[in-house]
Write a protein that binds this ligand. Structure first.
Ligand code: AMP
Ligand code: MG
Length: 489
């Protein structure tokens, strides 16, 4: 791995140079060969002693100076001041064969000037959770940071009780957050703000010409990417759990897997996070919160949008006002295709959305409902029963299905082609909370990574029926239910 560190060309205020703190006896728990291949990294290197030494933070020899990035953020609606990478270090950027640069970050590699009272470390539990969460998301085709490796540090970290330490090697197109812009905007240093915008624009939406920075065009691209991302989350039942502005990427990748969760039953106001008492980040609040976060980004950009502040605010507001329609378009389009209907017909979209209401009213399992719907024929038959039983009142589904079949008459695909298309959109398996919990518990309690490996393998092919794993397709047994998820560090 040959890294560069272009972020360090920004002014000093943007980061702190800091080396990882080596640990005693690191070992590799999971190495992501598939991602390595995608990035053009040498598999042998990844599995080598040198590879482990670099990814576990034992050596920075022959690498650029690692940095901790500075950022701020609004947490639960309140300005939280300077946060920054308190337990993460950007090793540098790896360039793939297409010239695209990927951030390689160590999460849990020791304290930084941003650690405040934290230890800069991570328990193996959150490492396992993020590894599984981000890789499951990637396999679903949803933009996300990735996990290149999970490392066991061989040391203990003190949490509620002592827990084994871990490092997640995270790969991202960018680790610039809305909170990065908020931090810089508060410095009242226009040059620094322009430098940040120029950096992200050059790296992530190159104009191909010498047009210079274009704050509005870039802001619109962030709005679009965020709307699309949140729509994709919600189509699979994902709840990020802590959409503070410091956890929101400006390139539309799912970032910072903390107390995230997946819906079993379709409960629109579902909250799992232990720290989200008011439900600010509930499943169905995510579009509104995304818009709120984007407004914070818009505020930062005002000075770059127009000479006069009033004009800048107006431009930002106009762009933001398009968010709800953009989100609605992406979400409804996706849900309509999930049920095999044609988003070009308003009636189809309305009927697809009505299924969500019907599921909510009948406590239907989200993943199973969509997946099994994809097995149904154009005419009712015995297979309908597999879907009906998911609804408290099966007759409510029957009624929906009658109109669904009427709509199907106005679609282009015959039943086998439709079923195949639906199976590509509706996963058979998602990282249900109880599955993540099984992997985390085994890792923390016994340093047993077999459940993690099994679940990872399962979720790397989420659209394939894997009959041998049928038990993992459905909701948890009553004693397996996970009602609360934690931030975990
Ligand atoms: P998060 O909850 O992961 O979004 O983190 C919020 C802030 O707390 C970020 O600035 C993190 O770097 C910091 N933080 C979280 N855990 C730790 C830790 N164990 N040591 C130091 N800083 C931490
Ligand atoms: Mg964070």
């Amino acid at each position: 791995m040959k890294l560069t560190q272009s972020y360090a060309q920004l002014p000093d205020i943007f980061y702190a140079a800091v080396d990882p703190t080596p640990t005693d006896r690191p070992s590799a728990v999971m190495l992501n060969d598939e991602l390595a291949a995608l990035l053009g990294l040498d598999r042998q290197w990844l599995h080598s002693k040198t590879g482990l030494a670099v990814l576990a933070g034992q050596t920075t020899l022959a690498q650029p100076q690692p940095i901790a990035m500075a950022y701020g953020g609004h947490q639960f609606g309140h300005w939280a001041g300077v946060l920054g990478d308190g337990r993460a270090l950007l090793l540098g950027e790896h360039e793939d064969a297409h010239g695209k640069r990927w951030d390689i970050q160590l999460k849990g590699a020791g304290p930084t000037p941003f650690s405040r009272t934290g230890d800069g470390r991570s328990s193996i539990g959150p490492v396992v959770r993020e590894y599984l969460g981000s890789e499951a998301m990637a396999a679903l085709g949803i933009p996300t940071t990735r996990a290149l490796a999970a490392i066991s540090t061989g040391e203990q970290v003190q949490r509620n009780a002592p827990e084994p330490g871990g490092i997640l090697v995270r790969v991202a197109q960018s680790h610039v957050r809305i909170g990065t812009f908020e931090f810089i905007a508060r410095q009242n240093d226009r040059d620094a703000l322009e430098a940040l915008l120029a950096y992200v624009q050059q790296r992530h939406c190159p104009t191909g010409g010498s047009e210079g920075i274009d704050a509005l065009r870039w802001f619109e691209s962030v709005i679009d990417a965020t709307a699309s991302l949140v729509a994709q989350w919600m189509q699979v039942g994902f709840i990020h759990g802590v959409m503070n502005t410091d956890n929101v990427s400006v390139v539309g990748e799912t970032l910072d897997y903390g107390p995230f969760g997946m819906l079993d039953s379709f409960v629109p106001d579902q909250v799992y996070s232990s720290i989200d008492r008011a439900g600010r980040y509930a499943y169905n609040q995510q579009p509104a919160v995304a818009a709120w976060n984007l407004a914070r980004l818009g505020e930062c950009l005002v000075p770059l949008l127009a000479e006069q502040p009033d004009a800048g605010v107006e431009i930002a507001t106009d762009a933001l006002n398009r968010f709800p329609a953009t989100f609605k378009h992406y979400f409804e389009h996706g849900i309509t295709e999930k049920v095999g209907l044609d988003p070009r017909h308003r009636q189809h979209t309305d009927h697809a959305m009505a299924l969500l209401d019907c599921m909510a009213a009948n406590d239907a399992d989200m993943t199973l409902t969509f997946r099994r719907l994809g097995q149904l024929d154009d005419q009712p038959n015995d297979a309908d029963q597999d879907v009906r039983v998911l609804f408290d009142d099966p007759a409510a589904f029957d009624q929906w299905a009658r109109d669904w079949r009427r709509c199907l008459e106005h679609t282009a695909l015959d039943a086998p082609a439709r079923q195949m298309a639906m199976n590509q959109r509706n996963p058979a398996f998602v990282l249900r909370n109880h599955l993540a919990q099984q992997a985390v518990d085994a890792a923390i309690e016994d340093l047993d990574f077999e459940p993690m490996r099994r679940i990872h393998a399962l979720l790397s092919r989420p659209f394939d029926d894997q009959p041998e794993h049928a038990v993992w397709a459905g909701p948890p047994a009553p004693d397996e239910r996970v009602l609360t998820t934690f931030c975990g560090t």
